[in-house]
Design a protein around this ligand. Structure first.
Ligand SMILES: Nc1ncnc2c1ncn2[C@@H]1O[C@H](COP(=O)(O)OP(=O)(O)OP(=O)(O)O)[C@@H](O)[C@H]1O
Ligand SMILES: [Mg+2]
Length: 352
């Protein structure tokens, strides 16, 4: 995994971003809006960390707090060991130079060429011309846009624009890259390309990447760890596989349901029951569960037959995970015995 690739064996995990009891309130007239509510979160050096949540959950606010564009109301927030709370603008500027940022709408300057956009942060940072040109060439090569150096943003596709955004964000060699909905304006194929580039940024340059998204596919294809946000709070966090193979909150369950088939409920359950006269159960399937395979292959000798009537598997962090709904056919005693046996090897839920 990315996280371990960059660390020498035995080297302890080091924190890149640490939030302790971070609160962010906005005053709007007489009302107080709590955008980030007492968040505790640690993002480690070298990992790809995803923050997922529905609109208004507080994801972008969290990002703006991390890069010091907004000040926290209370709590503590450190980036690479530096406390951000209570810092002056000049001190924040220094911290910010260590953080790259990419956006949903790319935020490129339309009057500048691709090379000009990538060069801009280097001009701001006071690099001399020869060094700038060399660095721009390096960056365009890294993102695969050397042949587009002289083009203007509106001559590029969405995916190319985001690659320019990534090159620009990397210009001053930050150690942290924040990507706020960086693929939300792109089609699935282009999204995959941009995510592959973010993986390359992480693996080859050792940059810690924080991906903000409302798309489960983005999380499952790129992240090592994930935090699920809801109403300003982090309601679940951990390894992507752990969080999404056993979600504890309704929000996390809904996100998993967008990629992985889960227990059919409501109309879907009613439709399945109308079509199948047998006993319907949903079983969880995880890679390497050989015991489950053995139980299923012996159902015939237990006088029970089965049909797979619904389900799906997804890859999370390189491991298969999913759910299958089975129609079991047999007499009551045999079914009871089979259900008891299945329950010893996986999670079994009746479709109601
Ligand atoms: N500058 C602001 N002034 C007042 N309220 C704000 C401000 N910025 C954000 N909020 C509020 O804080 C909450 C969190 O907003 P935020 O933009 O962080 O959510 P988000 O998770 O990024 O949503 P989205 O997925 O739509 O981008 C919302 O209720 C929003 O209206
Ligand atoms: Mg947002």
């Amino acid at each position: 995994m990315t996280q371990t690739q960059q660390q020498a064996p035995g080297q302890a995990t080091q924190p890149m971003v640490v939030l302790s009891q971070v609160l962010k309130e906005y005053k709007v007239g007489k009302k107080t809006i709590t955008a980030v509510d007492q968040v505790d979160l640690t993002i480690n050096k070298g990992e790809i960390f995803a923050i997922i949540g529905y609109s208004g959950a507080g994801k972008s606010t969290l990002v703006r707090l991390i890069n010091g564009l907004e000040t926290i109301t209370s709590g503590s927030l450190t980036v690479d060991g530096f406390e951000i709370a209570g810092k002056r603008e000049s001190q924040l500027r220094e911290i910010r130079s260590n953080i790259g940022m990419i956006f949903q709408q790319f935020n490129l300057m339309s009057s500048r060429t691709v090379a000009g956009n990538v060069e801009f942060p280097l001009i701001v940072a006071g690099w001399d011309k020869a060094k700038r040109q060399q660095r721009v060439a390096e960056l365009l090569d890294f993102v695969g846009l050397t042949d587009r150096a002289g083009n203007y943003p509106d001559q590029l596709s969405g995916g190319q624009k985001q690659r320019v955004g990534i090159a620009r964000a990397l210009a001053t060699s930050p150690s942290l890259l924040l990507a706020d909905e960086s693929t939300s304006a792109l089609d699935p194929e282009t999204t995959a390309e941009v995510l592959a580039l973010l993986k390359k940024v992480n693996a080859e340059l050792g940059i810690t990447v924080v991906v903000i998204t409302h798309e489960m596919d983005v999380v499952s294809s790129i992240a090592d760890r994930v935090a699920v946000m809801e109403k300003g709070k982090v309601v679940e966090s951990g390894q992507v596989y752990d969080v999404f193979s056993d979600p504890q909150t309704e929000t996390a369950r809904r996100f998993v349901g967008t990629t992985v088939k889960t227990l059919p409920v409501g109309q879907e359950a009613a439709d399945l029951k109308a079509r199948h006269r047998g006993f319907l159960v949903n079983i969880e399937v995880t890679e390497g569960n050989d015991s489950l395979g053995r139980v299923l292959s012996h159902l015939g000798s237990r006088n029970v037959s089965f049909n797979i009537v619904q389900g799906g598997l997804e890859t999370l962090q390189g491991q298969s995970y999913g759910n299958l709904t089975l129609e079991l056919l047999g007499d009551v005693t045999s079914l009871d015995a089979v259900l008891a046996e299945l329950k010893t090897v996986t999670r079994v839920r009746e479709v109601r």
